[in-house]
Write a protein that binds this ligand. Structure first.
Ligand code: FAD
Length: 393
């Protein structure tokens, strides 16, 4: 039988297929039994838990909805639910898989040649190799389409020069998907760069307050040679990265859902156990109100997330809808998790109680894959037909 959790108040499970429920249960069990006991230690040290990689590999979720090449071929909903279940216990593990699978592998699957798919996807699917996805640069974050890393054609391949910033998994990734500007066409192209390529260097970004286990790096590309066979033929302009981002934004939307569910479940238990003024904390009206607001938010977030998956699966989802899902769900999760932080009192600022950690982990999620503002502007452009990314002159 599938174990229910208090946060699934409207029984979203009824909307999932038996396969999707099975994925949820498999991931939940692994995370609760094997990952939860060790995550705080790694989070505090800001180290990546390499011992978890084989356990995540055995779940067979890497590659998500990609079909063939050793990938699981899950439904979009199943893939999203898996990311939520990872995030419910540990958002860093969820982001590790998101970057590896929903960004890097998906780019290779959507934009790669048949040979590239056969060469790279099977080992990435079993997590015996790890990938990262490099779009952002030190001076081009929200304005990523203006990126400056260059790709210059030479005999037999390309020379990449430039810098990337914030790239998750990059300090140890075997395969780096890198976007660069083709000096001949001035358009954005995509490349698969291997870890040991001469001229490539990745340095860990220290002192993050959230997703501390995820190893984000500054990448330096100095005269890096990439053979012709490793240029992604399906990326000929920035529009092609946007296609990947639209799908991955559906996936990212489920991370705040998972985080908020984990926090609610923790608070629900805590408030019934801890007593003040001779009564459980759950007996006080103000605390009940906060719990109910959290629960209401979560039901709405779940339904928006689920509908987004269905729109995508039926081929009807627009980029604006994906952006609204990502921005709105992250905003509601921020409110939900901040109620949770209050409800735990002093323990709400200790990483040991999950909530403080979740509170911090949500911040980078609110910002990456397009900030709240940028995703709002994507939806705004779609519903009005008027882009407002640049200041009026
Ligand atoms: P800026 O673009 O400098 O924005 C600063 C502020 O200005 C924000 O509030 C923003 O909303 C606002 N703003 C900017 N432009 C506008 C505008 N036109 N209108 C209104 N407001 C605006 N990138 C990758 O390529 N790969 C990764 O794996 C990756 N992982 C990440 C992991 C973490 C932990 C973090 C923090 C970031 C990661 N990123 C990654 C980068 C991420 O996508 C960027 O941080 C994000 O796009 C925002 O860019 P920025 O940080 O340069 O902020």
């Amino acid at each position: 039988d599938f174990p229910t959790c208090a946060s699934d108040y409207y029984q979203l499970d009824d909307l999932l297929t038996p396969e999707e429920k099975a994925i949820r249960m498999k991931v939940r069990e692994c995370m609760e039994k094997e990952v939860a006991p060790i995550m705080t230690k790694y989070w505090e040290k800001a180290e990546f838990p390499f011992e978890v990689i084989p356990k995540l590999g055995a779940l067979h979720i890497s590659g998500g909805s990609i079909k063939g090449y050793g990938c699981p071929g899950l439904s979009i909903t199943g893939s999203a639910v898996a990311l939520a279940e990872l995030a419910r216990v540990d958002a860093s593990c969820s982001t590790f898989i998101l970057v590896h699978s929903s960004l890097a592998m998906l780019t290779i699957a959507l934009c790669g040649s048949e040979m590239q798919k056969q060469k790279y996807l099977p080992s990435l699917a079993e997590l015996s190799t790890v990938a990262c996805w490099g779009l952002t640069e030190p001076d081009y974050g929200s304005d990523a389409s203006a990126l400056r890393t260059t790709a210059r054609k030479v005999e037999g391949g390309w020379i990449l020069d430039g810098q990337k910033r914030w790239i998750g998994n990059s300090t140890f990734a075997d395969v780096l998907v890198i976007f660069a500007r083709n000096t001949a066409t001035n358009q954005i192209n995509g490349f698969i760069v291997k870890k040991d390529a001469p001229g490539l260097q990745a340095t860990k970004i220290e002192n993050k307050i959230g997703l501390r286990m995820v190893q984000n790096g500054d990448i330096l590309l100095k005269n890096v040679f990439v053979p012709d066979e490793d240029r992604l033929p399906g990326v000929s302009s920035f529009q092609d990265t946007s296609k990947v981002l639209a799908v991955s934004r559906v996936m990212v939307s489920w991370q705040p859902i998972g985080i908020a569910m984990g926090v609610y479940d923790m608070c629900h238990r805590y408030l019934k156990e801890r007593k003040q003024f001779g009564a459980p904390l759950a007996a006080f009206q103000i605390n009940q109100q906060k719990l109910v607001q959290m629960l209401g938010n979560i039901q709405a977030m779940l339904l928006v997330g689920w509908r987004l998956c269905k729109l995508y699966e039926s081929g009807k989802m627009t980029p604006g809808q994906a952006s609204l899902g990502k921005s709105w769900i992250s905003l509601r999760a921020r409110e939900t998790v901040s109620f949770g932080r209050e409800l735990l009192g002093g323990n709400g600022i200790l990483a040991d109680f999950l909530v403080a950690k979740a509170f911090c982990d949500l911040e980078p999620i609110y910002t990456y894959e397009g900030t709240y503002d940028i995703n709002t502007l994507v939806t705004g452009r779609e519903i009005t037909g008027l882009p407002s990314f640049k200041p009026a002159t």
